[in-house]
Design a protein around this ligand. Structure first.
Ligand SMILES: [Zn+2]
Ligand SMILES: [Zn+2]
Length: 281
């Protein structure tokens, strides 16, 4: 009797194990970085690192190519410096012409697996990436600031026409779980914490690539507006966190910050998943 029940347990376990191996062979992961098939690792621990958050979407090689943004960096715009030595210090651009936001931080460099994951989310509409990337961004927020120190979280808006084409705003999907995560971790945030109505993109902007900073500023001037029809209290005296997927030159978030500050915001900070390294000229 005992022998038979042991045998049954063994048989059940073996079948389960064979099933898992079969599933791995028949349904391997397709790396969203390089397109190769890879073995999905079985992980149950609490995700902390980029690798752990993205292990179902990126192969080992692509996930290892992630580079966190590290000091030394500019304490205002968050731009990391090429040399890995020395303390944080204001970059040339922030000394010369400070941005309207008071600080910007990003999780990683816009390279490797992070770059392709963002592109897959944004241009291929791979919605399954929104959750791990959004949670990873939430964790990055907690590394730099307290969630409750912001009265509003504003995803950088798309122009309505672009929104119709794409069907979603990538910045907004990154923060959609944040109220739930805040609640779970006991942070006190208002019910209208995620604010998708106040800031609007009034004009579609020309591609910014290849433009000088001054031209980019002109290109974006008056591109954003605080919606006068929004039923909310606006942003007067509020501390705002602007969220976007990638920050390159900072001109877009700067234009948003300018609009919000002109509407009376007390402070604007910026958080992005990725930071593209730009050579300052
Ligand atoms: Zn890969
Ligand atoms: Zn700077």
């Amino acid at each position: 009797m005992i022998a038979s029940s042991r045998w049954q347990t063994w048989a059940r376990r073996t079948v389960r194990r064979l099933g898992a191996i079969g599933a791995e062979v028949c349904f391997p992961g397709i790396c969203c970085g390089c397109g190769r098939l890879f073995r999905l690792p079985r992980r149950t621990e609490q995700a902390v690192t980029f690798e752990q958050w993205m292990h179902r979407f990126l192969c080992e090689v692509c996930v290892q190519a992630f580079q966190a943004v590290r000091s030394p960096l500019c304490p205002q715009c968050g731009q990391p410096f090429a040399s890995p030595h020395g303390p944080d210090h204001l970059c040339g651009q922030c000394q010369e012409r400070p941005f309207r936001f008071s600080a910007a931080r990003a999780a990683g460099l816009y390279e490797g697996g992070l770059r392709t994951a963002i592109q897959q989310l944004k241009y291929q509409g791979r919605d399954a990436l929104a959750q791990p990337l959004g949670r990873f961004l939430w964790q990055t927020l907690g590394r730099h600031w307290e969630p409750a120190q912001f009265d509003r979280v504003i995803p950088v808006p798309l122009h309505p026409r672009r929104l119709r084409q794409r069907g979603f705003n990538q910045a907004a999907v990154l923060v959609r779980e944040w109220p739930l995560l805040a609640k779970r971790q006991g942070h006190q945030v208002p019910p209208d914490w995620i604010d998708r109505r106040t800031l609007r993109r009034e004009r579609p902007t020309q591609p910014q690539t290849g433009l000088k900073r001054e031209e980019r500023v002109t290109n974006l001037r008056r591109a954003f507006q605080v919606n006068p029809h929004s039923s909310g209290p606006g942003v007067k005296n509020l501390r705002v966190l602007l969220v976007d997927d990638v920050m390159t030159t900072g001109t877009t978030v700067d234009a948003c910050a300018q609009t919000l500050m002109a509407a009376g915001a007390a402070e604007v900070r910026v958080l992005t998943l990725a930071r593209a390294v730009v050579t300052q000229g």
